[in-house]
Design a protein around this ligand. Structure first.
Ligand code: NAD
Length: 292
C-alpha cells in the first residue's frame, strides 16, 4: 500500500486494486482450464453476437473475442445488420443454442430499439448464458446457488477478495439497481454475509448511507457522484462507473483522488472493474464447457 502525499496535501492511504493485474491472473487460470479441456479433445467455443453498428459495442466485441482467443477459446463473431428482425435474431440464437461446438453465447447489449431484449436473453439456453443474464441464472444467484454470475458483479467480488477485504459482517452499500450490475451485486454481497443497502435514483440521504459503509460499490453512471468526503475511513471502494469527461477522458462514479485519501482500497477508472468484467466472461465460458 502506498502512503504518500495526495492531491491537496492529504495523505493517500488507499491501496489501489489493479484490475488489469487481477484480470491477468484470472486469464491465466482460464487458459489452464481450456488447456485441460483441450487435452480431453474439447475446444471451448464462444459465440459473440453483434447486431447493428454501434461503435462502442463493436469495440467491446472485438476486445472480448481477442481476450477469448488469448485464453485458447474459439471465439466466433456473428454480425447482423441493424434492421434484423426479432425473429431473425431468435433464429440465430436457436442455431447457436443447438450447436455443440458453442459452449457460450453472448448477445452484445444494448440491442437496437426494435428488439425485445428480454425475450432474446430468455431464448439463450441457460447453460450457455455466459453473461449470466437469463432469468434462470439470475434466479440461481438469488437462491445463493450461482451457475453463471453476471460478469461485472462477479469481477467486483473477485477484486474484493484479491484486496483482502472482509465481506462477511461488513456493511455494504451498492449504488445502482440495474439487472446488469447493481441487483446481482447486492445479492452476491448478501450471499457472502454482508449487510447490504441497495441505493438508487430515489434514495434519500445517499451521503449518510455511503458514510456508514465498509464497502461501497458505485454503479450509477454519473461522474464523481460519490464524493470523497463521504467515504468512511478504511472503507473498500469499487467504482464500476464509466463516464466520459469533457476532456474525453474516462472517469468513474467516485471522486477518486479525494476518496483515495480515506479508503483502504480503491479501484481506478479505467483499469479497475472494466478488465475484470472481461476476464469473468472468459471464466464463465470455460465453466460452461466444463459443465457441458
Ligand atoms: P443503468 O443506467 O442501467 O443503471 C443506473 C442505476 O443508477 C439505476 O438503478 C438508477 O436508479 C441508479 N441511479 C441513478 N441516479 C442515481 C443517484 N443519483 N443515486 C443513486 N443511484 C442512482 O446503468 P448500469 O448498466 O448499471 O451501469 C452503471 C454504470 O456502470 C455506467 O457508468 C456503466 O457504463 C458502467 N458499467 C461498467 C462496467 C464495467 O465493466 N466497468 C460494466 C457495466 C456497466
Amino acid at each position: 500500500g502506498g502512503v504518500g502525499l495526495g492531491i491537496g496535501g492529504g495523505v493517500v492511504s488507499a491501496r489501489v486494486l489493479d484490475g488489469k493485474l487481477v484480470a491477468a491472473l484470472v486469464k491465466d487460470e482460464v487458459r489452464a482450464r481450456t488447456q485441460a479441456l483441450a487435452a480431453r479433445g474439447v475446444t471451448v467455443g464462444l459465440a459473440v453476437v453483434l447486431v447493428g453498428d454501434d461503435p462502442a459495442s463493436a469495440v467491446y466485441v472485438k476486445a472480448k473475442t481477442k481476450d477469448a482467443r488469448e485464453c485458447g477459446i474459439d471465439a466466433t463473431d456473428h454480425r447482423l445488420p441493424a434492421d434484423t428482425s426479432q425473429a431473425g435474431l431468435l433464429a440465430l440464437v436457436a442455431k447457436l443454442g443447438a450447436d455443440p461446438r458453442v459452449h457460450g453465447i453472448l448477445v452484445q447489449l444494448p440491442l437496437p430499439r426494435h428488439f425485445d431484449t428480454d425475450a432474446i436473453i430468455a431464448a439463450i439456453p441457460p447453460h450457455k448464458d455466459v453473461d449470466g443474464l437469463h432469468p434462470e441464472n439470475l434466479g440461481r444467484v438469488a437462491q445463493g446457488k450461482p451457475r453463471f454470475t453476471a460478469c461485472t458483479p462477479a469481477g467486483c467480488m473477485r477484486l474484493l477478495a484479491h484486496g483482502g477485504v472482509t465481506v462477511a459482517g461488513a456493511s455494504a452499500v451498492v449504488l445502482g439497481r440495474s439487472v446488469l450490475v447493481g441487483k446481482p451485486m447486492a445479492l452476491l454481497l448478501a450471499n457472502a454475509d454482508a449487510t447490504v443497502t441497495l441505493c438508487h435514483s430515489k434514495t434519500r440521504d445517499l451521503a449518510e448511507r455511503v458514510a456508514a459503509a465498509d464497502i461501497v460499490i458505485a454503479a450509477v453512471g454519473r461522474p464523481e457522484l460519490v464524493r470523497g468526503a463521504w467515504i468512511k475511513p478504511g472503507a473498500a471502494v469499487i467504482d464500476v462507473g464509466i463516464n466520459r469527461g469533457a476532456d474525453g477522458k474516462l472517469i468513474g462514479d467516485v471522486e477518486y483522488a479525494a476518496a483515495a485519501e480515506r479508503a483502504a482500497v480503491i479501484t481506478p477508472v479505467p483499469g479497475g472493474v472494466g478488465p475484470m468484467t472481461r476476464a469473468c466472461l472468459l471464466e464463465n465460458t470455460v465453466r460452461a464447457a466444463e459443465l457441458a
